[in-house]
Design a protein. Sequence first.
Lengths: 234, 234
Amino acid sequence: MKLEVISKSENKEVQNFIISQIRDLINYKNLEPGDKLPSERSLSDKFSVSRSNVREAIQKLEFYGLLKSIPQSGTFVANIGVIAMNGMIDDILRLEKPDFKALVETRILLELKTARLAALRRTDEDLKQMREALEAYSEKVLNGKDAVQEDLLFHLAIAKASGNSSLNTLMLMITPEIITNFEKHHVCDKGMARSGIQEHQDIFNAIKNQNPVEAKEKVKVHFKMLYQYCYNIE
Amino acid sequence: MKLEVISKSENKEVQNFIISQIRDLINYKNLEPGDKLPSERSLSDKFSVSRSNVREAIQKLEFYGLLKSIPQSGTFVANIGVIAMNGMIDDILRLEKPDFKALVETRILLELKTARLAALRRTDEDLKQMREALEAYSEKVLNGKDAVQEDLLFHLAIAKASGNSSLNTLMLMITPEIITNFEKHHVCDKGMARSGIQEHQDIFNAIKNQNPVEAKEKVKVHFKMLYQYCYNIE
DNA sequence: AAATTAAATCTGGTTAACCAAATCAAATAG
DNA sequence: CTATTTGATTTGGTTAACCAGATTTAATTT
C-alpha cells in the first residue's frame, strides 16, 4: 500500500491502483462471469480511497465491457472469464498515451478503409455533405486562409459515408489528438493545402463514381507526404 | 425545452440535450479556441439540469478533445475552431451503437494491420507472450474446452506487439463487444476452434519470421469463415 | 410447515454542501 | 500613477448525506 506517495492531483495513479486491486480481488475470490463485486462503499473502505474514486474506476472497466453496474443491485463481472479479464486489465493498466507517429499510422489505416467503404456504400445524402465540406475547404484555401477544420470535416464526412458506425467512432476519437499535434508540429503548410484541393476532389470523384479501388488509391496519394513526415520525426 | 418528457433513467437523452445546448452556446456566443465556458453551476442552472449531468456531458466532450477542464479555473474550448466543433458535436450526437457486422469489419481491418506491424516490430518479449497465449489456447482446445478467452488473449498479444499504442487501444475497446456478440450468436463452434490452432500457429510463425506479407495473409485466412458469417447475418 | 406479507437493510445513483486552488478587486505602499 | 499585497469570490473537484428501487430477513397468516 503505497497510497501516501500519490498526490491528490495524480488521479490516474489512484484509478490504476483501484483497478489493479479489483483485479486482485477477482482473482483471489475466484469471481466468475455474473458474480457480484462488493459494494462501492465496502470497496472504498477496503482500499482506503473515496467512493467517487471507486466509481470512476468501475466506470472505466465498464467502458471496456469488463464490469456491469445495475442500479440498486450491484456491480457484476461481465460475461468474460477470469483469464481474459486479467489479460485485458493488464493491458488497460499498461496503456500509454499514443505518440503522434502511432496516431498518424492509425489514421491512415482508418481513412484507407473508410474511403473504400464509402465508395461502395455512400448515399446521395452522404455525397451532398461531402461536396459541401469540399467546397468550404476549397474556398478557404483559395482565399489563403487556414483550412484545417474544413479538411477535417471532409474526412469525417467520408467516415460517415462508410456506413460503419464503429469506424466512424474510432475516427472521431483519434481526430482531436491529430489536430492538436498537427498544429503543434506545423504539419500542414500553405503549399500542401493548395495541392490538397485537387487531392480532395479526386477522392470525392472516386467515391461519387463508386470506385473503391481508386478511392483507396487517391487517399494513399493524399497521405503520401504525411506518411513521409510521420516516419521522419523524432 | 422538452425535458419533462425525459425519464430519469434515460441518462443518454439528458446528456445529448446538454451537449447540444453547449454547442448552441458556443455558436451563439462565438466562443473561439481558448475561450472559457460558463461555470458548471451556471450551466446547470441555465439548462435546468443537475450539475453532475453537466459534468458528465463536459467529460464526454473532453474525452473527444473538444473541451478542457482546468481545476479551480474553468472549462475551456479546445484548440479547434467553431466549424470543426459543430461538425464533431453533430457526429457525436448522431453516433449509433455499432452493429455486430460493423464491429467485425473493424476488427478484421485492425487485425490485418496489427499482424503486419507485429511482424515488422515484434520484440523477443512480445514473441514470448504470444507463444504463451498460443500454448494456452491449444491446450484448452485439445482438451475439448471452450477457448474464447485464450483466443482473445492471443490476438491482444499481437496488438501489443504491433508497437502502436493507438491501435492497441482501439482493439481493446472493440474487443468486449465482440466477445459478447460472439457468444450471443454462437460464432465460434468446436470445429472452428480446432482448425484455429493451425491458423494461430501460422500467424505466430509469420510474425516470428518477421514476414509481414505472410502474417497479413494468415490473418486473412483465419478470418475467412468469420468474414462470410459476418456478411450473411441479418 | 409453507406461503405471504411487511419491514429493515443494501444497492448504485443523485444531490447538495464543502474544499482548496486560482482569479479578481480593491486597498495599500512605494 | 504604478506595483504589490490582501482579502473576497469563483472555479472545478471532492466528500458526505440522501433517494428510490431491489434484496433480504423476519413476522404473520393460513
